[in-house]
Design a protein around this ligand. Structure first.
Ligand code: ATP
Length: 315
């Protein structure tokens, strides 16, 4: 029986602006998302029984229906009951390399990988837009994770507009291993503190959303103006996460002082990243920051920006 191995990369947010809330409880967002090479590896194979079995090497990753990889398999079995019946159940093994609850879309990318993997395993021949529409049902970041690259994401994050790739840049990521930030907490706190600034009118929301296309960061990205890109990084959620988590604020300052093109928190944190011109620059920044903060709980990754989403590694 065939086994597919899939590479499921993480993402960072080059830009995250909260412009309003929505009746469905989500926020109206304007983001620029970027795939990085740091990735989980998933193995998917038919198990010959009518069930979904999940295995993972990371103790903090749930193995039940709350796991997005599990939910993706469940969704596929409901959408394609005939294929599920013909091929039987699936075994999914996640080799977790992306830090958990880190603002890097680790769960979403695993969900995206299972959609792509089952499409191949069950020979469904789904198109990229079809896979992304299925992804929308699992979570806001899943459609982006399927395709990857560099993209403007609006709505809850599911409406995507790809822009020129930035894959020649490097990035240093830093995160305290035992520190996680709840995404719902970050958004709820932001709403409590800044809800008065939210745009209410649909017209205003649409107009603000469309402004990003002609905005300075998208211009800098299409012109590959690295210095400007670094200066224009932005994340509204820093306004609530940094005051509450002083360790993250300190880490951000130290990384920023260590050099590179620009430093920012990714998503709802607590991962902080610095964009760099080269691998050598990224490694120097990592060493400088390590010397400043001598805490064994602090982890670093040096990786590249990437232009691809879910990839098949082997059959
Ligand atoms: P996002 O950037 O999309 O907000 P995140 O990177 O902050 O996500 P995840 O790594 O996806 O966060 O983990 C958030 C929570 O989701 C975890 O605490 C875990 O309980 C749950 N979870 C569900 N599926 C997975 C998965 N496949 N990998 C990791 N965590 C998962």
């Amino acid at each position: 029986m065939r086994t597919y191995t899939l590479i499921a990369p993480a993402k960072i947010n080059l830009y995250l602006e909260i412009i309003g809330d929505r009746p469905d409880g989500y926020h109206e967002l304007v983001m620029i998302l970027q795939t990085i090479e740091l990735a989980d590896r998933l193995e998917i194979r038919c198990n010959g029984i009518q069930g979904i079995q999940l295995h993972c090497n990371h103790p903090l990753v749930p193995l039940d229906q709350t796991n997005l990889a599990y939910r993706a398999a469940q969704l596929m079995s409901q959408e394609f009951p005939e294929a599920f019946g013909n091929y039987g159940g699936v075994d999914i093994t996640i080799d977790k390399q992306i830090p958990v609850a880190a603002g890097l879309a680790g769960g979403s990318t695993d969900g995206a990988a299972v959609l792509v993997g089952l499409d191949l395993l069950w020979e469904l021949g789904l198109t990229l837009p079809q896979l992304q529409r299925l992804g929308e049902k699992l979570g806001s970041d899943v459609p982006f994770c399927v395709a990857g690259g560099t993209a403007i994401a609006t709505g809850r994050g599911e409406k995507l507009d790809p822009i020129p790739d930035l894959d020649s840049l490097w990035v240093v990521l830093a995160k305290y291993q035992n520190l996680s930030v709840s995404t719902p907490w970050a958004y709820q706190t932001y709403k409590k503190q800044f809800g008065e600034t939210y745009l209410k009118d649909l017209k205003n929301i649409e107009s603000r959303t469309s402004q990003i296309n002609s905005g300075p960061l998208v211009k800098a990205i299409s012109q590959k103006d690295r210095k400007k890109i670094g200066k224009l990084l932005h994340n509204d959620l820093e306004n609530v996460v940094l005051p509450e988590y002083s360790q993250v604020a300190q880490l951000r300052n130290i990384l920023q002082q260590a050099g590179g093109l620009g430093t920012m928190m990714s998503g709802s944190g607590p991962t902080v990243f610095t964009l760099c011109n080269s691998q050598a620059e990224a490694e120097t920044i990592q060493q400088k920051a390590r010397q400043e903060i001598k805490d064994p709980d602090l982890e670093f990754w040096v990786t590249k920006l990437s232009s691809t989403g879910i990839q098949v590694a082997s059959v």
